[in-house]
Ligand binder design. Structure first.
Ligand code: HGY
Ligand code: MN
Ligand code: MN
Length: 422
């Protein structure tokens, strides 16, 4: 068959098997379960390995060609009527420590479901389809977030990623080796023809507006800073306040400053102090050291830089006022990303053709798609998060919304994988 043969597939009747998708989500959620119905599968832990092994088994059971690259990204490719770069979908299966069962997992398992649905109907798309999961999307144990997909597109060397250490002293390279997912394929990986990621919104917008589908236009900028405050440990009872160099106090002041900066800048600015580690962290000892993480985000790059400037100025002021030394380390910095308008339009039109309400929107969360956008036309499909909750065991999306989004993904991928007559 000539590669330009027009092979139009009627997508109107195409639907995924929602029950099978829900079953796989529940089965994967049994790995690393936590109270409240969530999961904890931090990157490169034993439970991450278990989850990887299960999904790879499902990929191989579908007869897909599974390749693992040197940072542990896994790509499972089917065959098309032509060779050449696949249309790829995917996301991640690592989670935060208080994770829900949908963040990342939904996109990977829906991609698998799309491929299985087409295979069941004997439908072979012109371009091959592939589904991937990327290593350490969360960045919660090893910063930055989206580490695997960043390596996949050449934005970070594997060597640099391998040497990254976690707060508890684990190192990426050792952990990847230990779980057996240091694969033979090189990074950067081959650019797909296009990439579409399906994900829960993780915020309140779609639910508040009662909209079924988000056609995601891009991802906001992300700035992670690790702030280390060095003061002086001292006796909590005998040390007069005027003589203290209290790292614990400064840590608290940083959290207050981050909230104030976000409120002052307003708009899309958000700021979070998610982790404060004190040393020696004892009730009767003035803290000698504090390690504080700061997460700043904004859809506007200039505003994000202003937030960073205000944080730096505040840290200088606090160091002077409390007589401590403050050092900072940037652990993630990504500018805002704009997705390919043609892919965004396709997602929106596909949802509308299905009679689903749809709105265009930015993503507040980081995603592997923001990295894939560096190498190919990329877009995302969102579905509502109940009460906008995520990174929380209570993360929930209604099954009919989950399936509707998977059907939008199915039809979007088939259209992208169809070669129109040149
Ligand atoms: O940090 C993020 O936005 C994503 O959850 N990794
Ligand atoms: Mn995610
Ligand atoms: Mn997440």
């Amino acid at each position: 068959m000539s590669p330009t043969t027009n092979h139009r597939i009627d997508v109107s009747g195409l639907e995924v098997n929602g029950e099978r998708l829900m079953r796989r989500l529940r089965e994967l959620a049994e790995i690393g379960p936590i109270d409240g119905g969530g999961v904890s599968r931090l990157a490169l832990t034993d439970v991450d390995k278990e989850g990887r092994d299960l999904v790879v088994t499902w990929m191989r059971d579908l007869g897909l060609e599974v390749s693992i690259d040197s940072i542990g990204n896994v790509v499972a490719a089917g065959r098309g009527r032509t060779d050449g770069p696949p249309v790829m979908t995917g996301s991640h299966i690592d989670t935060v420590a208080t994770g829900g069962i949908y963040d990342g997992n939904l996109g990977v398992l829906s991609g698998l479901e799309v491929i299985e649905t087409l295979a069941e109907r004997g439908i072979v798309t012109d371009r091959p389809l592939a589904v991937a999961f990327f290593t350490n999307e969360e960045g919660a144990r090893f910063p930055p977030d989206m580490m695997g997909s960043l390596c996949y597109v050449g934005g970070m060397t594997v060597e640099e990623a391998m040497s990254t250490a976690s707060a508890d002293g684990a190192v990426v390279g050792d952990e990847l080796e230990r779980i057996g997912y240091r694969g033979p394929m090189p990074c950067p990986g081959p650019a797909p023809h296009a990439f579409v990621e399906y994900h829960i919104e993780q915020g309140p917008v779609l639910e508040e507006e009662d909209v079924a589908i988000g056609a995601v236009e891009g991802v906001q900028g992300i700035s992670w800073t690790e702030v280390t405050v060095q003061g002086q440990s001292n006796h909590a009872g005998t040390t007069p306040m005027r003589l203290r160099r209290d790292a614990g106090l400064v840590a608290g002041e940083v959290a207050v400053a981050v909230r104030r900066i976000a409120q002052e800048l307003g708009g899309d600015q958000v700021g979070t102090v998610g982790s404060i580690r004190l040393h020696p962290s004892l009730v009767n000892v003035v803290a000698a050291r504090a390690v504080v993480t700061v997460d700043l985000r904004n859809t506007d790059e200039q505003a994000l830089q202003e937030a960073e400037r205000r944080l730096a100025a505040e840290l200088d002021r606090l160091a002077e006022a409390e007589g401590v030394t403050v050092t900072t380390r940037s652990t993630a910095r990504f500018e805002p990303v704009v997705f390919d308008p043609a892919v965004v339009d396709l997602v929106a039109a596909t949802a509308a053709d299905m009679g689903l309400s749809v709105r265009r929107m930015p993503s507040g969360a980081g995603h592997d798609a923001q990295m894939m956008a560096r190498v190919c036309p990329t877009g995302m499909v969102f579905v509502p998060s109940v009460k906008g909750i995520s990174h929380n065991p209570a993360e929930y999306t209604e099954p009919e919304d989950l399936v509707a989004g998977a059907n939008v993904l199915l039809r979007t991928l088939v259209k992208l994988a169809t070669i129109d007559d040149e």
